[in-house]
Design a protein around this ligand. Sequence first.
Ligand SMILES: *Cc1c(COP(=O)(O)O)cnc(C)c1O
Length: 460
Amino acid sequence: MRYISTRGGIAPIRFKDAVMMGLADDGGLLLPEMIPSFTSAELESWRGLTYPQLAFEIISRYVDDIPADDLRGIIDRSYATFSHPEVTPVVRQDGVFILELFHGTTLAFKDVALQFLGNLFEYILAERRERLTIVGATSGDTGSAAIHGVRGKKGITIFIMHPQGKTSAVQALQMTSVLDDNVHNIAVQGTFDDCQDIVKTLMNDLEFKQRHKLGAVNSINWARVLAQVVYYIYAWLKVAQAGQKVLFSVPTGNFGDIFAGYVAWQMGLPVQQLLLATNENNILTRFINQGDYSVGQVVQTVSPSMDIQVASNFERYLFYLFNRDAARVRTAFAQLKNEGRIVFSPDELAQVRHDFCSASINREQTLATIGSFLKETGYLLDPHTAVGVKAARDLAAGDMLPVCLATAHPAKFGEAVQEATGQPVPLPPAIQRLLGLPTRCALLPADQQQVRTFIEQHVE
Ligand SMILES: *Cc1c(COP(=O)(O)O)cnc(C)c1O
């Protein structure tokens, strides 16, 4: 399998090189040259598989430059760190299915991808006798999952920027309490989009990128999307009969998670539609419902991991929407840069509405959903998951089979959940362990030059 760029500017590369490149050298995002498909008979034959076994079946179709046993080892090590034997179990609550993606070390779905990516990096670096400097931006969950994915790993130094004061207390603690020498936290005085812009600027500086062997852990890394494809298929196998279609409701920020669902669908998974659920940062909902893709200001919400305006993985979907026309992708992003918006044709918008439906759920609705869901079912939702559950209740027709992705454990966003229920959230052991630990973190303005200097001073 070879990988190409959405902007058409690189020669096809193999999987390991795609993992190490992160953002494509032409500024685009990497995608497999073709999406491998499976038949319904193959899908049925996977019903009895464990999560790691299924992960191998899916992931190995995209990887032809790692021996099968080594790939199995990487997958097994990644999912052994999860506290639930099923890794991503599905529970049924009041007519909706909840796909619990929060049983990893940092209690959010990003562990599913970042444990895999951390082990993949370690494997490739050891083989090539190389080193890697990871530079990433986080609205909270990516950073903690990435840090836990690579802490103490040989050959890797990680720099994670988060917007100062805009993550939850637990998220900040999960990052800054990691004192391993190879881990550097930077609190940036700005928004998540500022942090992401700084990463993009550094990554687009090819001289800097090559000198420090920069790599990405943001969902721009293809390996992350790939790891996430697995749980859509795993969930389908748990809830659907042969041929039955499922509606996946996905609380969305950077579009990485829902894009993995799109890939699973293109591979052959029976999907009805993808429900893209947003908070008040609803550029993607406006796009799907009104055809208006224009960037606004980021507002702070009770689901901070979705406080994003420019969703980087959206470019991957646009590549398919534009029938794989890289020139059209380049024009669209030039337009976005110059005019702050992308204009779509009626045919393109019709395709978008075939693939997605969408709802934007505000703060009151989110908190009310957490409260009412707890009363009706005894099940506690985190604010991100509540956005998806509320959207599914509003949009899923009676004959549909909705699966809501539970992207975080409620204790990770305890402040908001307590506001919704009036009760403190019981802390799981993974959080209790952190309280009172010493922390380390640098504070910098939202200025790429100062971040660049900090990295140069601290890279090993
Ligand atoms: C990252 C995150 C999201 C958004 O996922 P994207 O892949 O960025 O769309 C939703 N919920 C939680 C808890 C997250 O950490």
